[in-house]
Design a protein around this ligand. Structure first.
Ligand SMILES: Nc1nc2c(ncn2[C@@H]2O[C@H](COP(=O)(O)OP(=O)(O)OP(=O)(O)O)[C@@H](O)[C@H]2O)c(=O)[nH]1
Length: 302
């Protein structure tokens, strides 16, 4: 099954703990349905009594997974395309099992087609469960838990892909390196928790200016890298200028009705046609240092 390219607002807004909880719940659902299936076979083949809840019309709502799923907060996981698919597949499989059990209860014959259909539904549910675990684990593994920006795990590989795509279409791909100014001072003066708040606010601000297919990475402690596919130097420069201005007016609450402001330095570079990614990042980094050297709170172009 193809992985969904866009994991959607729904799951990207979940914290790492929430993602871990979902993975644990799905793993338990797999285990639970495995022993449920063994029990079903016992009923169908060895004629042991069927479980009352498996004969109910709403058997899918009564199993452990069904109960958990129905309690999910609206507009979070429900927005993830796999969850609606899982809900349908899960319901269909339980309904198939109910039909099989009802036939057995009335001593009617179970056709091969019905049995095959039930097994196909069971297999489909398992594939959906596995794919969801894979996708959520990937997100956990590739995301910075504090800010929600991507971490560096797949940075070079992803940028390489974007660069190749842009090259094929003779389009440019731009990078912006962003580094907060005097951030150590923020930590020293107001504490690490305020520093963390600044990083979270910065990422929220940057994300609000990006397109869906732009990528944002936490490159270092207070250093972030943006990849802008299909973007010329001029476009990247003017976006950087908007980002710079946006960061400058951010108000970070520090309690007692007070707030602080921060600024950032920005380095812009294109990924040239024959560049390797590391070289292009290095140029964006150099441009950012140039912005620092020229007084900070500014944009510099490689
Ligand atoms: N609160 C917080 N601070 C962090 C985090 N990661 C790195 N830092 C801090 O970021 C600061 C970076 O300081 P420096 O590299 O000296 O840079 P700077 O003070 O921003 O100075 P310039 O870059 O030269 O403007 C250090 O104090 C780190 O402890 C984090 O996750 N949370």
């Amino acid at each position: 099954m193809a992985m969904h390219q866009n994991t959607g607002q729904g799951i990207s807004s979940l914290s790492n703990t929430q993602l871990e909880d979902v993975i644990a719940e799905i793993e338990q659902a797999i285990e639970w349905h495995q022993s449920w299936y063994k029990n079903l076979l016992r009923c169908l083949i060895a004629d042991t009594p069927a479980n009352e809840q498996d004969l109910a019309d709403n058997a899918h709502n009564l199993c452990r997974f069904g109960q958990w799923f129905n309690k999910l907060p609206e507009q979070t996981l429900n927005l993830h395309p796999y969850f609606s698919e899982i809900a349908c597949a899960h319901k269909k499989m339980h309904q198939g099992a109910t039909v099989l059990l009802s036939l057995k209860e009335t001593k009617s014959a179970i056709s091969v087609n019905l049995l095959d259909q039930f097994h196909a539904d069971l297999d489909r549910l398992r594939v959906l469960f596995d794919t969801l675990i894979e996708e959520f684990s990937e997100l956990l593994h590739t995301r910075d838990p504090l800010t929600g920006a991507s971490n560096r795990t797949n940075l070079v590989e992803n940028l390489q892909k974007e660069h190749e795509l842009c090259k094929r279409k003779s389009l440019s791909c731009a990078l912006i390196m962003i580094d907060l100014d005097h951030f150590k001072q923020v930590n020293d003066e107001f504490g690490h928790a305020v520093g963390d708040k600044v990083l979270i606010a910065l990422v929220k601000c940057i994300k609000s200016h990006l397109r869906e297919y732009d990528q944002l990475y936490r490159y270092g402690g207070e250093e972030f890298l943006v990849c802008l596919p299909q973007t010329e130097l001029e476009g990247a420069k003017s976006l950087s200028e908007r980002l710079r201005a946006g960061v400058e007016v951010l108000k970070i609450e520090i309690g007692k009705g007070k707030h602080i402001n921060v600024t950032g330095s920005f380095g812009v570079a294109l990924i040239n046609a024959d560049d390797d990614i590391e070289t292009a990042i290095e140029r964006a980094d150099q441009a950012m240092y140039q912005a620092k050297k020229s007084g900070r709170n500014r944009v510099s172009v490689a």
